[in-house]
Write a protein that binds this ligand. Structure first.
Ligand code: NAP
Length: 213
């Protein structure tokens, strides 16, 4: 697996894209507006590509979903289902509602016994969704330096897909904790709410989670 298609043009897509390029992958970022990625492409060399969402889904052996949570389903639906079939989709999105945070606590459009990733998985049963990279800020996503390796919590229904995500997550400097099937996204997605609280309260945005054992 050498080609990664990242759906998104924001800070997460660009950061992960640059990170994967450094580790030898060829990367396409997907967007409705390729113009906005001209600079990213110019700074990242010949293996950095830009395309539409549909082209990106077709291009990637592995897909990364890094779009606004409210748009995640629409973006996936704008691709051809056959280009997702059998592929791993590493899902970094969070179901953040349009409403503002309350006392530093993000509001989600999902409730506690559901998750965005389960909705996506139900809509694309032939793709293999794996939650990852949703609960750390973009500044610390790629080979972060801490006293000890931080933990990336992942989950999903397909073991091979989780192995694939495990490999690239370790390459980006993380220790991987597999939390089980897609339902575990109900616990992993809200970690981003917790992660953001020090940011909104004290402007601290550079921490990461670690599972101590
Ligand atoms: N920012 C972080 O540090 C961070 C950390 C962890 C997880 N996340 C999660 O990662 C995801 C990406 O975050 P981000 O901050 O990089 O970017 P973002 O601003 O949340 O999302 C930008 C992307 O969403 C797409 N988008 C927005 N509205 C759309 C619509 N109506 N229809 C189709 N596409 C639409 C944009 O498409 P175009 O390219 O076409 O404009 C763009 O690619 C989010 O779900 C976020 O919660 C963010």
């Amino acid at each position: 697996m050498k080609k990664i298609g990242i759906m998104g043009s924001g800070t997460v897509a660009q950061t992960l894209g640059t990170g994967f390029l450094k580790h030898g992958y060829t990367v396409m970022l997907g967007t409705r507006n390729p113009q906005k990625l001209k600079q990213w492409q110019a700074e990242n060399g010949k293996d950095a590509r830009v395309g539409s969402f549909a082209e990106t889904a077709e291009f990637g052996d592995l897909i990364v979903l890094a779009v606004k949570g409210t748009a995640a389903l629409t973006v996936m639906q704008s691709t051809s289902a056959k280009h997702l079939e059998g592929k791993t989709v590493m899902d970094a999105t969070n179901p953040i509602a349009e409403a503002p945070p309350q006392n530093g606590v993000l509001q989600y459009f999902t409730s506690q016994n559901e998750s965005l990733m389960e909705q996506l998985q139900a809509n694309f049963p032939k793709a293999h969704f794996v939650k990852a990279f949703n609960s750390v800020g973009s500044a610390k996503m790629v080979n972060p330096v801490f006293e000890t390796k931080p933990t990336m919590f992942i989950c999903g229904n397909d073991n091979n897909a989780k192995k694939e995500v495990g490999v690239i997550t370790e390459q980006l400097g993380w220790e991987v904790e597999d939390m089980g099937a897609a339902e575990a996204a109900r616990a992993i997605e809200p970690l981003a709410m917790l992660w953001c609280i020090p940011g909104f309260r004290h402007n601290q945005w550079t921490h990461a989670f670690k599972l101590l054992k």
